[in-house]
Design a protein around this ligand. Structure first.
Ligand code: HEC
Ligand code: HEC
Ligand code: HEC
Ligand code: HEC
Ligand code: HEC
Ligand code: HEC
Ligand code: HEC
Ligand code: HEC
Ligand code: HEC
Ligand code: HEC
Length: 459
């Protein structure tokens, strides 16, 4: 009897303790100052920049809701043609698989603040998880019989979400493409043409004499010539179009923020705010700086704020400077440093000197900020992707948007699967070969499967 009472008292104490801790945590998670004390462990590479915003993920008293993840990631996963969306697991025929592993919930595989079990891409699930649902794959595919059950998701074979460049029919369709395409072409930018078509009212070019900056000031002469000689003045964009915020009144703003750019440029700020350069600004936090980064950066720029002008420099907005020099001003890892002198860099220099065709060069931006095509008003336009994380990981994302403008699929898969080439910035032949492409071609030759027929109809 006494034992039972003691036990009950322990339960009450435990419950009270837990409740007050939960309430306290709930309270602190609404605040951003000092909340790091309550982090149970280091936050993952993807989220550490915004970890102080506890409430974007946590709902007080009810843990981490699925909707939080979907709010920020649903669009991207949909665009990636997610092979395993949660809705796939609502189908009762897959109930046994959900019992093996509840893939309906993101946190089954992506927990947080657990560095000891966190693998690249914030994955906290042991590597054999594909096998839990696809143990029978060896029976159906002779090529897969002897494969280890941790190898499914190795580079160049399969991803859990994004398999756009790895689907069997895609492998077969492009399996024979030569290592280097006959025409090497990064799609040309067409911003000026697009702008002029959509804004027939666009003003004509302005001269220095027409500038509308405060008249009682003297300006660096280069500031005025930079402005007058570049795209903005050419398209009639005057000083006050950037230096005044119409919603805030007529006063001159000395250092316009990215929000000003967004009044005329829609897509670029959107992309910028989604990646590692702008995600802090997106949460209303101070801008990211190289000093806060986890990857190697140049020390002398530790405090430089990341905004549009980090790459574009106010008043020149020179896109060539933005594409290489700007990046190298901050980044300082082996991969970045190896770019100088690489074959791609030589192509970029030749293009800039005019000794090679326009758009045949490969800059940092060619790979990390690709020119993406989209449809609007019956036209196909090109826009620069400003989220440099959009195609970064898993790196097969780069195959379709970047490499295949110039290289074959087989070469691209092999090159991206080779970690040595990441370190030397793609400056030698791949030393490995991923066999999935050979298997896919052999399999289709012998017996076209229902699955691949279905895939072909889809595309
Ligand atoms: C990007 C999303 C995200 C942010 C931001 C975030 N967390 Fe978490 N946190 C998670 C996820 C996911 C889990 C794992 C939940 C699970 O396993 O069900 C977690 C787990 C925890 C846990 C372990 C207890 C539990 O609920 O499972 C604590 C404590 C915690 N977080 C505190 C914090 C605090 C304090 C902050 C802010 C300083 C914060 N977190 C910010 C996503 C986040
Ligand atoms: C406030 C928006 C926001 C919320 C909420 C959020 N994320 Fe993220 N997440 C980001 C951003 C921004 C990045 C970094 C850019 C990128 O990798 O696309 C990121 C990165 C990631 C990555 C890639 C990590 C890497 O190393 O490349 C994964 C996986 C991820 N998030 C999963 C989740 C899951 C699961 C949840 C829910 C627990 C979640 N996120 C909640 C914004 C968010
Ligand atoms: C069964 C495990 C599993 C579940 C469930 C899961 N993921 Fe993932 N996620 C992964 C793996 C593994 C990767 C690494 C890349 C890959 O294999 O696709 C990844 C990568 C990501 C990435 C990086 C970008 C990309 O395209 O790969 C994001 C973002 C992400 N997951 C978000 C989510 C969200 C949001 C959910 C919930 C709707 C979710 N994940 C559910 C295993 C899972
Ligand atoms: C929670 C269970 C589960 C896990 C874990 C899982 N899958 Fe699947 N997978 C499914 C289901 C369900 C389907 C739907 C087709 C089917 O019924 O086989 C599917 C389909 C596929 C397909 C066919 C492609 C498509 O879009 O239809 C491939 C390839 C695949 N999975 C590979 C993998 C790989 C590789 C992993 C690990 C990275 C993995 N799966 C992890 C359940 C799972
Ligand atoms: C397309 C937008 C844009 C236009 C047009 C523009 N500016 Fe600026 N300007 C900026 C931004 C952004 C900054 C902040 C730079 C920074 O933070 O380093 C800035 C900074 C400045 C500064 C203070 C910093 C410095 O570099 O000395 C002055 C002065 C200035 N601009 C004057 C002008 C004048 C005069 C004109 C017209 C001839 C003009 N700007 C046109 C965007 C613009
Ligand atoms: C009042 C509208 C307006 C604002 C505000 C504005 N821009 Fe522009 N921007 C334009 C127009 C118009 C063009 C040129 C279109 C053309 O070439 O005909 C342009 C062109 C550009 C280009 C392309 C230059 C090139 O050589 O291809 C960049 C980069 C750019 N803007 C960045 C910015 C940044 C960064 C900001 C904020 C500091 C900003 N813009 C603010 C209207 C604006
Ligand atoms: C990390 C560097 C970087 C940052 C930060 C950056 N840009 Fe860019 N931006 C570039 C590069 C590089 C190009 C040209 C890419 C090319 O030529 O393919 C470009 C191109 C542009 C263009 C021309 C677009 C087109 O489709 O031709 C505009 C407009 C622009 N940026 C606006 C912005 C605005 C607004 C911001 C802030 C929200 C911003 N950029 C932030 C690097 C950057
Ligand atoms: C003002 C300094 C600065 C400039 C300029 C800059 N970056 Fe960054 N970049 C950063 C910082 C800081 C991060 C965040 C790193 C982190 O979270 O550890 C980052 C992140 C990245 C990432 C994501 C890395 C990851 O592991 O998720 C890529 C890719 C990247 N930058 C490429 C570029 C390219 C390409 C350019 C030029 C077009 C560029 N950067 C220009 C400072 C800069
Ligand atoms: C041929 C295409 C290509 C070129 C050119 C290129 N990169 Fe990369 N970069 C990649 C790939 C692919 C990855 C790796 C993604 C992965 O596997 O994690 C990467 C990774 C990165 C990362 C993330 C590293 C990390 O540890 O998280 C940064 C930062 C980066 N690149 C910056 C740059 C800069 C700066 C330049 C120009 C000096 C550049 N890259 C040129 C393809 C390229
Ligand atoms: C605009 C065209 C273009 C794009 C885009 C491009 N490349 Fe290249 N790449 C080339 C050309 C041309 C060469 C050969 C240069 C030479 O031999 O002088 C090359 C060379 C290479 C090499 C070195 C081969 C050797 O013999 O040393 C590798 C590896 C490579 N590219 C990988 C990639 C990857 C991976 C991507 C995508 C992330 C990519 N490239 C994107 C044009 C491009």
């Amino acid at each position: 009897m006494i034992r039972r009472l003691q036990q009950r008292a322990l339960w009450v104490i435990w419950l009270l303790g837990t409740l007050s801790l939960a309430a306290y945590l709930g309270w602190t998670m609404q605040r951003t100052d000092g909340a790091e004390v309550f982090l149970p462990g280091e936050t993952s590479h993807g989220h550490y920049q915004i970890e102080m915003q506890c409430s974007v993920c946590h709902t007080p008293m009810s843990g981490v809701k699925q909707e939080a993840c979907l709010d920020c990631h649903a669009t991207e996963l949909e665009a990636a043609d997610d092979s395993h969306p949660p809705k796939k697991f609502l189908d009762p025929r897959n109930a046994d698989r959900v019992a093996a592993l509840n893939a309906r919930l993101c946190v089954t595989c992506h927990r947080e603040h657990v560095p000891e079990i966190t693998r690249p891409l914030g994955v906290t699930m042991p590597q054999d998880y594909c096998f839990r649902c696809h143990a029978d794959i060896g029976e159906e595919r002779p090529s897969h019989v002897d494969l280890g059950f941790q190898t499914c998701a190795s580079s160049g074979c399969h991803n859990f979400h994004d398999n756009r460049a790895l689907y069997e029919d895609f492998l077969v369709k492009h399996g024979k493409s030569p290592d280097l395409a006959a025409t090497l072409l990064n799609p040309p930018r067409d911003f000026a043409a697009r702008y002029r078509q959509e804004h027939p009212e666009a003003a004509s070019a302005l001269t220095i004499a027409q500038h509308n900056g405060p008249a009682d000031r003297t300006y660096e002469p280069t500031l005025l010539t930079d402005w007058a000689e570049t795209a903005h003045a050419q398209a009639g964009v005057n000083c006050r179009d950037c230096h005044v915020d119409p919603d805030a009144g007529p006063q001159w703003i000395e250092r316009p923020a990215h929000t000003v750019c967004a009044t005329c440029h829609e897509a670029e700020p959107k992309g910028f705010l989604l990646g590692h350069h702008g995600m802090r600004l997106d949460q209303g936090l101070s801008p990211m700086t190289p000093g806060m980064a986890r990857i190697p950066m140049k020390e002398e720029v530790a405090d430089r704020a990341l905004t549009c002008v980090s790459c574009h420099r106010a008043h020149t907005f020179d896109t060539q400077h933005a594409a290489v020099k700007a990046c190298m001003g901050c980044h300082n890892d082996d991969h970045t440093r190896a770019y100088l002198g690489s074959k791609h860099h030589t192509l970029w220099q030749r293009e800039r000197q005019g000794t090679a065709a326009p758009n045949s060069g490969v800059s940092c931006a060619t790979c990390h900020m690709p020119r993406e095509q989209y449809q609007r008003g019956g036209n196909t336009w090109v826009e620069v992707q400003h989220n440099q994380n959009d195609n970064l990981r898993p790196n097969e994302k780069m195959i379709r948007s970047v490499c295949m403008n110039c290289h074959g699929l087989r070469f691209s898969i092999d090159a991206l699967a080779d970690p040595k080439l990441l370190a030397n910035n793609y400056n030698s032949q791949p030393s490995t070969h991923i066999e999935s492409i050979d298997w896919a071609m052999r399999r289709v030759k012998t017996k076209p499967s229902d699955a691949s027929k279905k895939e072909n109809e889809k595309r």
